[in-house]
Design a binder for this molecule. Sequence first.
Ligand code: ADP
Ligand code: MG
Length: 334
Amino acid sequence: MIRFDGVTKQFPDGTVAVDDLSLTAPTGKITVLVGPSGCGKTTSLRMVNRMIEPTRGSISLDGQDTGRMDQAELRRGIGYVIQHAGLFPHRTVLDNIGTVPRLLGWDRTKTRDRSRELLERVGLDPHLGDRYPAQLSGGQQQRVGVARALAADPPVMLMDEPFSAVDPIVRDQLQDEFLRLQDELGKTIVFVTHDIDEAIKLGDQVAVLRVGGVLAQVAEPSYLLAHPADDFVADFVGRDRGYRALQFQATPRLPLRSERTVVLGERPDSDAGWLLVVDDDRHPLGWVEPRRIGGRAVEDADLHRGGTVARADGTLRGALDAALSSPARRGVVV
Ligand code: ADP
Ligand code: MG
């Protein structure tokens, strides 16, 4: 696990980018740092692999202070992906992926084989290996960036807005594939984004930062939505629940095909009851307008036939509270 302990970063010009941050990123989980531009997300991330030295406090990996690890240990142990992939323009895709293994002194054949394996792992056609970054789309470049970060199989991955620069449809695909990959690999990930929807979709836990580098709240996504700690978090996660509902409505995982957990909620800008869908970890997946499910009307009675649908008070918060407190959450087939 990664542990930030009272970490502060003040730059020489006096800017306090991160202020007394204490946070644990659990092993094998995705911790998302989210907050508005300038709130210290990148600075926090770069202190983990010591690209930036903290002014105060310590950061440890499984109890080992990263300030005492040498460059080779940091490279081996921590993969790093940035927004514009940061690929070397004059190196082929395969050579880019092999960057860290080369620095670590792996032999050529092993580096080559590993790079090819990763190319496929991130869903890229093997023939792209000999291309240069400029000959790839933005989404493909990001995949190469992820492959490069994974090359030496580091237990920890730092990801700084890796999907922000690609268009929304590709972003959604990359997010889905990233979640699938993470299911297989189980890395300890700190993922930075300014996009609360991305944070909620990807995070096992979400840490909300405010400008000035102060941690406002850290919680599971569903808890964050249901119980924002203060007005800042409430505004940031979307006090305007109509907005949130519309965002979720656009989630392409819907409409549902299989058995899912749902709770009844009310979309604020409509009188109709809506279904809030949550996954097995109780993360909200999206909203479905009942009458659209399966092309037929879904009555309250249908909802109760499953016997496990929680009743809500008609608000998103109520729906989430109900979802979280309901002892049996599965059972409605739509
Ligand atoms: P985020 O990634 O959340 O957008 P950053 O961590 O990049 O935020 O920056 C946090 C704050 O620190 C901002 O106010 C930024 O201007 C400032 N900052 C970042 N790097 C430096 C630097 N090298 N010198 C001075 N201020 C910096
Ligand atoms: Mg940043």
